[in-house]
Ligand binder design. Structure first.
Ligand code: TNX
Length: 510
């Protein structure tokens, strides 16, 4: 990650007013920020948000880069959405960018000072700057009818570097606009990694120029027999860039050697018997596999990883590796080790579901714990970091309760409290804080077809997972969280977000 020392100052200068307005008394420590910041100090006054603000952006030498310009223009748009519009005259809101000299060690560190006359945001990385701006945007979004912000200081940093969300675009395909909307939601909750599950038995969703039939044929359907779809490489680049500007790393996943029916249907030579499989629109898992001892398989994987690495700005490529019920342990490990080597050859780090820890992995790999504790332990034994996505807590495709229409229930029912009230440390014996890269909430798409379905399973649980990943364990508190989540649900309503009205949200905070 780039460490670029930065300071952003937002100054509000009042011009032409004869008498100072009376300022309301406030309490910043009561703000409903999710995830909960590390430290909030209230100074009980107010920063007024009057109309007609003149926004000036000033870049000092050494401060800004091209990267920063993107960020500033994005922040300008987001402030405008919150009613902070630029005017030709009147009060001014000024952004001054410069480089502070004391870099802080924590991931995503920022400090937000809100005073009567100025808002100052300090950070020592682009990521911290982005996180701090999301806090400011939440304060604006949650201000309701008030035309002011509470004053005080927020000092904040993330507990884990990886705070992720996974979207399965294979079982059902979701277009660019839907995914961009989700990226906006992720940024708002300081989730910084979007893992896209781009291939499975039911569909191949990214154009691969050296194997065009993957999308021509393999992308032509989905669960239930709908039309499917895929991203061209140009569209995918657009998505990666949209996310990158919002400090979100896109992690592409091509699940293999199992969960590969769409590829097996598109290229007969990937099958040991040389016969193309039929397209699949059901929801069973575990039946498909590449031909492990055929060199064509590795020629295919090499071309795939080469093309994907070239359009991936993040450091990881996810190779799946889950639920292969048709292979011996030996063949499985042989395949994973060869494919991990290919990923390494193209300069990327390997990520995979926890099963990959049964193979010898290159340094810097990450095993995503979803179901098997012994695999998480095997990862730690070979110094491979563990990403926590326990199906019983973090799988957002699980139903809330027995009456939920969307979703599955094989792992658990997951109410808001279940999604909130857990900690990755202590969940698997021997897997400690230093072995854990972070947490990720996967959304598998067997039962969901459109944005409203996604929103229903995401909200409010995404907010809970965001807090598990960001907030230090000692600061987390369920009864406090549910009060803040209730405030956010009002905001979701105002944005027409189709959230699940969890009974947890209605319960009195005690
Ligand atoms: C298990 S999680 C799977 C997916 C399914 C999911 C449904 C994992 C690595 N494999 O193929 O979509 O359950 O909840």
């Amino acid at each position: 990650m780039r460490i670029l020392p930065l300071l952003v100052l937002l100054l509000l200068g009042c011009g032409g007013e004869a008498t100072a307005p009376e300022l309301p008394e406030t309490d910043l420590s009561q703000a409903a920020i999710i995830p909960l910041p590390y430290k909030v100090t209230a100074t009980n006054s107010a920063f007024l948000l009057d109309e007609g603000i003149l926004m000036k952006i000033q870049a000092k030498p050494n401060g800004p880069s091209g990267e920063l310009e993107n960020f500033i223009s994005l922040l300008g748009e987001q402030l405008a959405e919150q009613g902070i519009t630029r005017a030709e005259t009147g009060r001014s809101l000024q952004l001054i960018l410069e480089a502070p000299n004391s870099p802080m060690a924590h991931s995503d560190w920022y400090q937000l000072d809100i005073e009567e006359e100025a808002i100052t945001l300090r950070a020592n990385s682009q990521a911290g700057l982005s996180s701090g701006s999301q806090t400011l945007l939440q304060l604006l979004a949650l201000r309701g009818e008030n035309n002011y912000l509470a004053t005080g200081t927020i000092e904040d940093h993330a507990r884990f570097v990886h705070r992720g969300f996974m979207l399965d675009v294979s079982r059902h395909f979701f277009g660019l606009e839907t995914v961009k909307k989700i990226i906006d939601y992720l940024a708002f909750y300081k989730i910084n990694r979007l893992h896209l599950h781009l291939s499975d038995d039911q569909g191949w969703r990214l154009e691969i120029k050296s194997f065009p039939n993957l999308t021509e044929h393999g992308g032509s359907t989905e669960v239930g027999g709908g039309p499917g779809g895929f991203y061209t490489q140009a569209e995918y680049r657009e998505l990666v860039e949209y996310a990158r500007i919002r400090q979100i790393m896109v992690i592409p996943e091509f699940d293999m050697p199992g969960h590969t029916n769409a590829a097996l249907a598109s290229y007969p030579d990937l099958n040991c018997d040389g016969k193309a499989r039929e397209l699949y629109t059901g929801t069973e898992v575990g039946f498909s596999s590449f031909c492990i001892h055929s060199e064509f398989t590795y020629h295919f994987v090499d071309s795939l990883i080469r093309e994907v690495a070239a359009i991936t700005t993040g450091s990881f490529i996810h190779i799946g590796g889950d639920e292969v019920h048709t292979l011996s342990a030996e063949d499985y490990a042989y395949f994973i080790e060869r494919v991990a080597g290919i990923v390494q050859d193209y300069g990327k780090q390997v990520m995979g579901w926890d099963e990959i820890a049964q193979a010898d992995l290159p340094p810097g790999s990450v095993a995503q714990y979803w179901n098997f504790a012994e695999n998480a332990q095997a990862a730690v034994a070979q110094d491979v970091q563990v990403l926590f996505s326990p199906a019983t807590r973090a799988y957002l495709d699980m139903k809330y309760d027995s009456t939920t229409e969307l979703g599955l229930a094989w792992a658990a029912y997951i109410e808001l409290e279940d999604a909130y009230d857990w900690d990755p440390v202590g969940m698997v014996e021997g897997v400690e804080e230093q072995h854990i890269i972070g947490v990720e909430a996967p959304l598998w798409a067997e039962t969901i077809e459109e944005l409203a379905d996604i929103e229903y399973l995401l909200f409010p649980r995404l907010a809970a997972i965001a807090e598990v990943g960001w907030t230090s364990a000692g600061r987390k508190d369920w009864s406090d969280f549910k009060g803040r989540a209730k405030a956010h649900s009002d905001w979701w309503s105002s944005r027409d977000i189709n959230y699940y009205p969890s009974p947890n949200l209605e319960a009195e905070a005690d």
